[in-house]
Design a protein around this ligand. Structure first.
Ligand code: NAD
Length: 499
């Protein structure tokens, strides 16, 4: 066990600067209007850095820098881009621990997750796209004896990217790696709740990245996000965040007829068929782990398995053991590697979750565990902690239909396969889902019938770079990860040549 820092021993365990500017054209640049906002750590509820508050003027400056860099970066070969991406991955690997601690301090998530998952996945993402861009090939079609259609991939030019606060570094890298691999320059806006960790990363990488190829403008959605997403000088906007914001992003993009990728909210079902209980073996244990995964990242995951559907044949026994599993989830100082559930990312998020705990109770759902704010001692007493909570109820309730984005599981039972699929699909969303069964046919049929872009069968919360990820229905448009992501960052040029 390692405790990276006890809050209170130092202002911050990571070597953050006390002030961060925008990163534009390879330099740290003060905001045009001279205003700053506070970045607060949810670990203790205290501010630890001030950050440039961007406006439309800063976005224009970043776009100037990006377009100045575009002719040479757009013209690089895939092999040259791969060199940069691999160097970035190497630098991140050398500094993995420092980046993980920074991410934990900024977001409140346990350092055991940032060390073992968030940052290693981000590193692998750069390596994956370094390889993918070199393996990408164009296409050739023979039209007739004299005429050939060649298809080339070309960069879009300059793209805009807007990310949320729940996985600041991983979501940033999911956007940056394919965009850079495809030869684009980028203007990225981090979430206002968690700008520092991604700025910390940029600081580590700044000498590697050609000036203007990656630009970061900080600030709030309406002040910095909108002028970026609605700007006629970007060739694409890639967005991850709430479904309501995604609707606005699409409206802005429609003015400029540019492509969007939207990675939005979810209310993912996790379905447990009762053949699981045929034996109390390793598979049964794995399914119980899967049941408890709604607490991962404090439930602040777009694919949080926030609705559990457990078949009636094993309901009482499986749920009782699931509740015991949740009791064992250690909650507390996110900088302690023993901690499994850390702090919610912001006061707004804390308040939102607490309000849903009230809504659940008012709707008549029964709390099997949790249901309250978690009070911790000492410096952690000001932090934003919520007890992992399981509510038993039915799928018509608001706590089953609305994204809470906290460690709150809405649990119900089902009788047969058709009922499970009908309840699972009775939602606005279609991002993730889980299916647990010993029966391959049941698992396959359920996986195909669920309307979601990612269905985990007998596992959950795995995010390999080479598996496509994205939403059906109100969960989004387009896919991230996988080779197909490159298509979202490239134009197809068709040269129709007669010889
Ligand atoms: P949010 O929509 O409030 O904010 C996301 C980003 O959009 C922030 O950077 C914000 O400043 C910016 N923004 C807000 N209003 C804007 C506007 N009018 N114009 C341009 N930019 C604007 O979302 P959030 O609360 O930061 O993130 C949580 C949400 O993200 C959840 O709904 C979650 O499910 C979703 N999410 C989805 C995925 C996925 O891959 N599908 C991944 C992570 C998070």
């Amino acid at each position: 066990m390692t405790v990276y820092a006890q809050p209170g021993q130092a202002d911050s365990p990571a070597t953050f600067k006390s002030r961060y500017e925008h990163f534009i054209g390879g330099k740290w640049v003060a905001p045009v209007k001279g205003e700053y906002f506070e970045d607060i750590t949810p670990v203790t509820g205290k501010a630890f850095a001030e950050v440039a508050r961007g406006t439309a003027e800063d976005i224009e400056a970043a776009l100037d820098a990006a377009w100045a860099a575009a002719p040479s970066w757009n013209a690089t070969t895939p092999a040259e881009r791969a060199v940069l991406l691999n160097k970035i991955a190497d630098r991140m690997e050398e500094n993995l621990e420092a980046i993980a601690v920074a991410e934990t301090w900024d977001n409140g998530k346990p350092v055991r997750e940032t060390l073992a998952a968030d940052i290693p996945l981000a590193i692998d993402h750069f390596r994956y796209f370094a390889g993918a861009i070199r393996a990408q090939e164009g296409r050739l079609s023979q039209i007739d004896e004299d005429t050939v259609a060649y298809h080339f991939h070309e960069p879009l030019g300059v793209v805009g990217q807007i990310i949320p606060w729940n996985f600041p570094i991983l979501m940033g890298v999911w956007k940056l790696a394919p965009a850079l691999a495809a030869g684009n320059c980028v203007v990225l806006k981090p979430a206002e709740q968690t700008p520092a960790s991604i700025l910390f990363l940029i600081e580590l990488l700044e000498d590697l990245i050609p000036a203007g190829v990656v630009n970061v403008v900080n600030g709030f959605g309406a002040e910095a996000g909108k002028p970026l997403a609605s700007n006629p000088r970007i060739r694409k906007i890639a967005f991850t965040g709430e479904t309501t914001t995604g609707r606005l992003i699409m409206q802005y993009a429609s003015e400029n007829i540019i492509p969007v990728t939207l990675e939005l909210g979810g209310k993912s079902p996790n379905i447990f068929f009762d053949d699981i209980a045929q034996e109390k073996d390793a598979f049964y244990d794995k399914a119980l782990e899967g049941f408890a995964l709604f607490g991962l990242n404090q439930g602040e995951v777009c694919t949080c398995p926030s609705r559990a559907l457990v078949q009636k044949g094993m309901y009482d026994e499986f749920v009782a053991e699931g509740v015991e599993r949740v009791k064992k989830m250690v909650q507390g100082n996110p900088l302690d590697t023993n901690t499994m559930v850390g702090a919610q990312a912001s006061t707004d998020q804390l308040e939102k979750i607490l309000s849903y705990l009230d809504i659940g109770k008012q709707e008549g759902a029964k709390a099997l565990i949790g249901g309250e704010r978690m009070e911790l001692d000492g410096d952690l007493s000001g932090g934003y902690y919520v007890q992992p909570t399981i509510f038993e109820g039915d799928n018509t309730m608001r706590i089953f239909q609305e994204e809470i984005f906290g460690p709150v599981l809405s649990l119900t039972s089902f009788t047969d396969f058709d009922e499970a699929i009908s309840v699972a699909n009775d939602t606005l969303y279609g991002l993730g889902a889980g299916v647990w069964s010993r029966n391959g046919t049941t698992a396959y049929r359920a996986g195909r019938a669920i309307q979601a872009g990612r269905v985990w069968v007998n596992n959950y919360h795995n995010y390999p770079a080479h598996a496509a990820f994205g939403g059906y229905k109100s969960s989004g448009i387009g896919r991230e990860n996988h080779l197909m992501m490159l298509d979202h960052y490239q134009q197809t040029k068709n040269l129709l040549v007669s010889y």
